[in-house]
Ligand binder design. Structure first.
Ligand code: NAG
Ligand code: NAG
Ligand code: NAG
Ligand code: NAG
Ligand code: NAG
Ligand code: ZN
Length: 953
């Protein structure tokens, strides 16, 4: 529920004073906009009383009025620095803003009621003008709906007429958020100890209405012309280039921006800061990368500036469509809730997603930066130029941005081998979430996605990762060229407008036909069930009978029968003696007739879903599994790399869903002893993590970790020791990843050589203090392992370094390392630090607590902690909703006892959930699954590890 405006008393006092200067602002506004607003007093609006018995509110705006253009004046009243000087009265920070706006709109259907969105703003009586007759109209009332609709309703005395042109002007004031929502303040330090402040916006999906009253729905596209009054000494940035800028008085100046192209309200952006910028190499578009002056001077934006230019050029060519603006600004913010936000022309990033420090950042960090930039730049087309009609199809934004980013990164940095790595980052993430009944279809029914909470719920692994993987499957099927042609036409046709997935299918189908390719099924027939149904299938092949069937894959196997879902599945397969082949599986099952090709000859194995291009899992009869695993143990390179990773992932998840024996999953890790490639290792480690989470507090721990895993990783550890002695890193990018895996697995399972290495390297740093000789790639893992093996001394050294470092990536890895200690009292102290924003930034609270929960020693502490401090850690609104959900998911991952389940249910029933409700239901479902799984598998797992390690030690 929207809370009432909560201006604190101090702010209210300051407000009274500043309303006077607001009048000054109004005067300059009138010059700029020629708005004639007589009544400038701000009043609290009457609210429509809400009764609990009322029907649920209508959440969507009527389509009777369509906005065309906004003129907005904003005046944020904050200081970018508070100078502490003797004898000078220090002003208090003033965190509020005021402004005024005029929206020009067209009436499509006569009405007396104007509905628009407004939230936590105090709004003046509006003025409505009939622009066709230049006549002021009489307004009967204006009121704020006190429900989740956030409607501001204005009642006119007479009808607005069909096809008439009108404008609505009003002034308003609101608070600058301290919680990273809407227009928010961020505090950071510059050169030693001086505090600085900046404000920035973060409006997706429904926070534009907290900045100014507006038609805040993605298909209500309009032109925005923004003018900002800000303090001299600061620079204001918005989506477009500055049109004019000039001083108003000693204290204030104003900056007016060029009108934006027609766009959705959630894409509007504003920052006011003392930042500096780096310009990218020559390009059609002027690209500026902004950051703290210190970071700019030290060259930390250089890599981002270069790679951005390259990626933007790639997209312009690939889409055969220009980016749509003359300028592109991107800014590294010390605080931002999402990793980045694609505001058209002014992309905001967390510092860690943009800043790279030579000699300090891990080489692998470039992969993160490049991927995030490529994702946000892809949105400049998918999302900004062509937008989904409603939030239920946010996957058209996020799935495309994710998928396209892989093409762009592969172009800009081919050595990252990102197209292979995406199966770890997206395929597995989507598979995991989509195997629960609480998943949702990519394209959810619009009625299920109405409130802000429901909209936020759509920003998940399904929309991002499943979206990307389903597009990858489609691109593979229609072949890349037709896919590219199709999306080019789609973008050109819908540019500046909104589209839904049906539009997309039509264009790709047309592109296929233009290439004289017949497609059976059609794109629409193929895609329909992948995007409108939840979940995905597991395809089961029996190489003795030649039968093949599909079934909805769910972890909770007892739920399967209720869901008779079907998909059109592109089956690709290969064997050890024949070439790849393919066919469609549209029905539930195909018998032995006509499937001779699936019957294996003596010694032959069949591998289905080559390179995992299909969004489905594969199961086989035991004989075929055994042949595949034998192949892996004897000559793994006969099986494509991505499939080596996928076989492990399928085996483990099928076991989790009780469709194969758990020992089959464990057997699929045997070949790792002689495997050096990254993907299979990473896949195994992520899957074994479930076993570790379920069993690391039980007697399985010894044989599983101290014996088996330590033994499995020994050769890999020595392989890198031989090559690099852990002082340098391999040339190959994916081996660089695997070197880290080697240390992580070896040390965390107690390989003495590894623990000694990490401890020594860390001790050397502690001795020399200012000289850190640990290779930047290896710092994160070595810090963590050294703190884990160490005591108070190591922890406090890391904490000191954390406090004193100004480098974001170094800070992040130290923050993570601090959670690795095994000492409960240190972990408790660390948890308490997350309540102090001067120690742990608000935006880092969730990940810090989740890191601690990840540690077996910290699990229970973190769960107690979030319940004791739920209000702080789940602070309301945009950021809170996401963080709350992520905390519940993170902290409950080990839950596998009836007691923990009860606690979780009590938590659900007694706590104000906000955005964590769905996550809590998921956690409950997962805990139930875990309890059963542990009961059923404990003995078999223990026995397998004991047998497997009988000859060791
Ligand atoms: C502050 O005021 C005191 C007394 O009013 C004066 O002696 C001192 O010089 C002033 N300091 C500064 C830095 O102006
Ligand atoms: C700043 O706020 C404090 C209380 O928070 C108050 O005592 C002080 O007078 C204020 N200073 C100014 C200049 O308003
Ligand atoms: C889509 O799924 C439904 C049931 O889940 C099924 O009846 C229908 O035939 C499927 N459509 C296609 C094209 O496979
Ligand atoms: C599978 O992917 C690899 C790259 O990892 C590629 O070389 C190979 O051609 C792909 N195989 C098929 C059948 O597409
Ligand atoms: C390490 O290198 C030596 C000689 O270069 C070689 O004999 C040995 O097998 C290597 N060990 C590993 C684990 O790669
Ligand atoms: Zn995105």
């Amino acid at each position: 529920m929207p809370g009432k405006s909560t201006l604190s008393k101090a702010l209210a006092v300051a407000f009274a004073v500043l309303t006077v200067s607001a009048i000054g602002g109004m005067i300059s506004m009138m010059i700029v906009f020629e708005i004639q607003t007589n009544n400038l007093t701000m009043t609290e609006l009457p609210t429509v009383p809400s009764t609990t018995l009322a029907p649920p509110p209508v959440m969507r705006l009527p389509r009777s009025l369509i906005p065309e253009r906004y003129e907005i004046l904003l005046h944020p009243q904050f200081y970018s620095r508070i100078v502490e000087e003797v004898n000078v009265t220090t002003p208090n920070q003033t965190l509020f803003f005021n402004g005024s706006s005029t929206v020009y709109f067209r009436c499509h259907q006569a009405t007396k009621h104007i509905f628009l969105h407004s939230f936590e703003l105090s709004v003046s009586p509006p003025e409505v003008i009939d622009r066709d007759n230049n006549k002021k109209l009489s307004v009967l009332s204006h009121q704020q709906h006190d429900d989740e609709s956030d409607f501001l309703e204005i009642e006119m005395e007479e009808n607005l007429k069909t096809n008439g042109n009108y404008s609505l002007s009003l002034s308003f004031d609101g608070e600058i958020s301290e919680y990273l929502q809407a227009l928010y303040v961020s505090k950071y330090t510059e050169t030693d100890l001086d505090f600085r402040f900046l404000v920035a916006t973060n409006l997706e999906p429904t926070s534009a209405r907290r900045l100014f009253p507006c038609f805040d729905e993605p298909d209500m596209k309009a032109v925005f012309q923004l003018t900002v009054i800000h303090r001299r000494g600061t620079e204001a940035l918005s989506n477009t280039r500055q049109q004019r800028s000039s001083s108003i008085d000693e204290e204030w100046k104003y900056t007016q921006f060029f009108p934006t192209p027609k766009m959705s309200s959630y894409l509007l952006a504003l920052t006011i800061s003392e930042f500096k910028f780096t310009t990218s190499p020559e390009n059609r578009v002027t690209i500026k990368t902004y950051a703290r002056p210190e970071a700019i001077d030290a060259g930390h934006t250089r890599y981002a500036a270069e790679i951005t230019a390259e990626i933007l050029k790639f997209y312009e060519e690939h889409f055969d469509l220009q980016y749509g603006m003359e300028d592109l600004a991107q800014i590294a913010l010390p605080d931002l809730e999402p990793l980045a936000m694609e505001n058209w022309g002014l992309i905001t990033y967390q510092e860690g997603a943009l800043l790279y420090e030579e000699g300090v950042s891990s080489w692998l960090h470039k992969e993160v930066i490049t991927t995030v930039i490529a994702h946000e730049l892809a949105h400049q087309w998918f999302g900004n130029q062509v937008t989904m009609k409603w939030w239920n199809e946010i996957w058209l934004n996020e799935g495309f941005a994710t998928y396209m980013s892989y093409l762009a990164v592969d172009h800009a940095e081919p050595k990252f081998q990102i197209k292979e790595k995406m199966i770890m980052d997206d395929l597995h993430a989507a598979f995991e979430e989509d195997a629960l009944l609480t998943s949702h279809p990519l394209s959810a029914p619009p009625n299920d996605v109405q409130t802000t909470g429901e909209i936020l719920g759509m920003f998940d692994a399904i929309s991002y990762s499943k979206g990307a993987m389903v597009l990858r499957m489609l691109a593979e099927y229609v072949k890349d060229k037709a896919f590219d042609d199709g999306i080019r036409e789609y973008l050109k046709t819908h540019r500046g407008g909104n589209a839904d997935q049906e539009d997309l299918w039509v264009f790709i189908q047309n592109a296929l036909q233009a290439r004289n390719k017949e497609s059976k099924p059609t794109v629409q027939e193929f895609m329909e069930n992948w995007t409108t149904q939840i979940g995905y299938p597991v395809v089961t092949i029996n190489t003795i009978s030649g039968s093949i069937n599909q079934k909805h894959f769910l972890y909770n196997s007892s739920a399967v029968s209720k869901y008779g879902l079907l998909w059109k599945i592109p089956i690709t397969y290969t064997t050890n003696i024949s070439e790849p082949n393919d066919f469609w599986l549209g029905e539930r099952e195909r018998g032995t007739d006509g499937m001779d090709e699936l019957i294996s000859k003596k010694g032959e194995w069949i591998l289905v879903n080559i390179n995992t291009t299909g969004y489905y899992r594969v199961n086989y009869n035991v004989e075929n599994w055994d042949r595949l695993l034998w192949q892996l143990e004897t000559n793994p390179s006969r099986i494509p790399l991505m499939n080596r990773a996928q076989l492990v992932d399928d085996a483990f998840n099928l076991a989790r869903a009780k469709q194969v024996d758990v020992t089959l999953a464990l057997k699929s890790t045997r070949f790792l002893r002689s495997e050096t490639a990254y993907l299979p290792w990473e896949s195994a480690i992520r899957n074994l993590e479930y076993f570790i989470l379920m069993f690391d507090r039980s007697e399985v721990y010894g044989p599983m970790q101290q014996l088996y895993l330590r033994h499995q990783v020994e050769e890999l550890y020595n392989f890198f020791k031989n090559q690099t002695d852990y002082s340098t890193v391999p040339d190959d990018h994916s081996l660089q990843h695997n070197q880290i895996t080697a240390i992580e697995v070896a040390c965390s399972n107690g390989l003495p050589d590894c623990v000694e290495m990490a401890t020594e390297k860390f001790a050397e740093w502690m001795d020399r203090n200012d000289t850190n000789t640990i290779h930047t790639n290896l710092r994160s893992v070595i810090y963590c392992q050294a703190v884990a093996a160490g005591d108070k001394k190591e922890w406090e050294f890391a904490w000191e370094k954390f406090l004193n470092s100004t480098d974001t990536s170094e800070k992040d890895q130290l923050r993570k390392a601090l959670s690795c200690t095994k000492k409960t009292w240190l972990l408790n102290r660390y948890l308490s630090y997350t309540l102090d924003p001067d120690k742990i930034r608000l935006m880092d609270v969730t990940s810090t607590v989740n890191h601690i929960a990840q540690n077996a020693a910290g699990q229970a502490l973190a769960w107690n902690f979030i319940r004791a401090h739920w209000d702080y850690v789940s602070q309301g609104g945009w950021r809170g909703r996401r963080d709350a959900a992520s905390l519940v998911m993170g902290v409950t991952r080990r839950f596998s006892t009836p007691f923990e389940l009860q606690e979780l249910i009590r938590f659900r029933d007694n706590t104000e959930m906000n955005g964590a409700y769905r996550a809590t239901l998921q956690a409950i479902e997962q805990t139930q699954v875990n309890i059963q799984w542990v009961q059923e598998n404990h003995d078999a797992v223990l026995e397998w590890f004991e047998r497997e390690t009988a000859n060791l030690e």
